[in-house]
Design a binder for this molecule. Structure first.
Ligand SMILES: Nc1ncnc2c1ncn2[C@@H]1O[C@H](COP(=O)(O)OP(=O)(O)O)[C@@H](O)[C@H]1O
Ligand SMILES: [Mg+2]
Length: 339
C-alpha cells in the first residue's frame, strides 16, 4: 500500500524466491510488503478464453501472434487458474535459481518484479535482492542467476546489490543479539541456512529439499497434481503426530525428510570447528519461510535437532515474526544500513 503522506522509501528489499517474490519498502517507520507467486500459467489463446478471463477479472497478458498466440496468467492468480484448468503452473525458477536453458523465464520474472516495485520505482533506487547459498559441499553455479537478476533490476533503472538469503533472515530478526545467530529460511525450492556472527556471514549453505520437493513427492504417491497438493498443504496441514487422512500422513513423511536433511546439514556444516568463531555464549536460531508455517513445525524441528546432538549451544529456537516476509525485510535492513 502506498502512503502518500510519507516520504519515498529509501531502498527496497527484494526476496527472489523460487515460490514467491516479496518486495519490502519503508514508509515512515513502517515496513510494507507486497508479494507475487513466482509462477504463471500459459494456455493457447482463444477469443472465448480471453473473454472468460475478463469476466472473471483474472489479470492476464497475451503473448505471441498467429498460431503461437498464448494467454499468460502471471503471479498470484496463476495458482487458482491452474487449479481451475487442472494444469500445472509454470515456474521461472527451480531449486532457488533461474534456468539458463529457458531465457523467457527471465522475461516473466522481470514482469513480476516490475509490478511489485511499480509504486516505489525511481531512478537509482537501491534494491538489495536475496540470493541462495550453494548446497553443502558443492560449488553451485549461481553466476547466470545472479547476473540475470542484476540485469533485470538495472533495466528497471534501479541499483542492485545481492544479499545471502539466510543472512537476510538474521538481519530481519536478530537485531537484539547484534546480528549473531542462525537464520533459516524454509522456502519452496530451497532451505537456506546462515550462521552470522556480528552481522558477518560465517557459514551458509542450502538444502534442495523444501516445499516443492514435498509437493511433488506427495503428488507421485497420491496421484494428484503437485499444484493441488500445495493448495491442500497450505490450507490445512499441521504437524502433531496424528494423521487424519492419507494425504496428511504422506505430507508428514516428507516434512520429516526435509527437516532431517536440514538437521544433518547443520550438524555437518557446524561440526567443522576450524570454521567456527569462538562465540562463547548460546546464540538464537530463527525459523522462517513458507514451509515453516504449518502449526507444530517449530516443535518438530526442535525435537529432531535435539536428537542430533547439534554442536552449537542455542539460547532458543523460535519462529520469525513474519515468516513469509523476513527475507525481504532483512534485505531492506541491509540496504538501509548501507545508506
Ligand atoms: N501456510 C502454509 N503452510 C504450509 N506451507 C506453506 C504455507 N504457506 C506457504 N507454504 C509453502 O512455502 C513454500 C514457499 O515458501 P517461500 O518462503 O515463499 O519460498 P521461496 O523462498 O522458495 O519463494 C511453498 O512450498 C509453499 O507451498
Ligand atoms: Mg525464500
Amino acid at each position: 500500500m502506498k502512503n502518500s503522506n510519507s516520504a519515498n522509501t529509501p531502498a527496497i528489499g527484494l526476496d527472489v524466491g523460487t515460490s514467491r517474490i516479496v518486495a519490502s519498502a519503508k514508509h515512515g517507520d513502517d515496513f510494507q510488503f507486497k508479494s507475487q507467486l513466482n509462477a504463471f500459467v500459459e494456455v493457447p489463446w482463444s477469443k472465448m478464453t480471453e473473454a472468460s478471463l475478463k469476466r472473471e477479472s483474472v489479470p492476464f497478458v497475451v503473448h505471441g501472434d498467429g498460431g503461437d498466440k498464448a494467454i499468460i496468467v502471471p503471479g498470484n492468480e496463476s495458482s487458482r487458474f491452474a487449479d481451475l484448468l487442472q494444469v500445472e503452473t509454470r515456474r521461472p525458477m527451480n531449486r532457488g535459481v533461474l534456468n539458463p536453458a529457458e531465457p523467457e523465464n527471465a522475461v516473466m520474472l522481470k514482469q513480476l518484479v516490475e509490478n511489485l516495485i511499480s509504486d516505489d520505482r525511481r531512478s537509482k533506487l537501491p534494491i538489495f535482492y536475496s540470493v541462495p547459498a550453494a548446497p553443502l559441499g558443492a560449488e553451485e553455479n549461481l553466476t547466470y542467476h545472479d547476473a540475470t537478476i542484476n540485469q533485470i533490476i538495472r533495466e528497471l533503472d534501479c541499483e542492485p546489490t545481492p544479499i545471502n538469503e539466510g543472512l537476510a533472515v538474521v538481519f530481519s530478526e536478530l537485531e537484539d543479539t547484534n546480528y549473531s545467530g542462525i537464520g533459516i529460511s524454509f522456502g519452496g525450492g530451497l532451505v537456506n541456512v546462515c550462521l552470522s556472527y556480528l552481522a558477518v556471514p560465517v557459514v551458509s549453505f542450502s538444502v534442495a529439499k523444501a516445499g516443492d520437493y514435498i509437493d511433488s513427492s506427495a503428488a507421485t504417491i497420491t496421484g494428484e497434481l503437485a499444484t493441488r497438493i500445495r493448495l491442500a498443504k497450505e490450507e490445512s496441514f499441521y504437524i502433531n503426530g496424528h494423521f487424519s487422512d492419507k494425504l496428511h500422513q504422506v505430507l508428514n513423511v516428507y516434512y520429516d525428510e526435509m527437516i532431517r536433511s536440514v538437521v544433518n546439514g547443520l550438524k555437518e556444516a557446524f561440526s567443522n570447528a576450524r570454521s567456527m568463531p569462538k562465540i562463547g555464549r548460546p546464540i538464537p536460531m530463527v525459523l522462517s519461510g513458507g514451509s515453516a508455517m504449518p502449526k507444530g513445525f517449530r516443535d518438530r524441528f526442535e525435537k529432531l535437532l535435539k536428537e542430533s546432538e547439534f554442536p552449537i549451544a542455542l539460547s532458543e529456537i523460535r519462529m520469525a515474526n513474519n515468516p513469509l516476509n523476513s527475507t525481504a525485510k532483512g534485505a531492506l535492513v541491509a540496504a538501509l544500513a548501507e545508506l
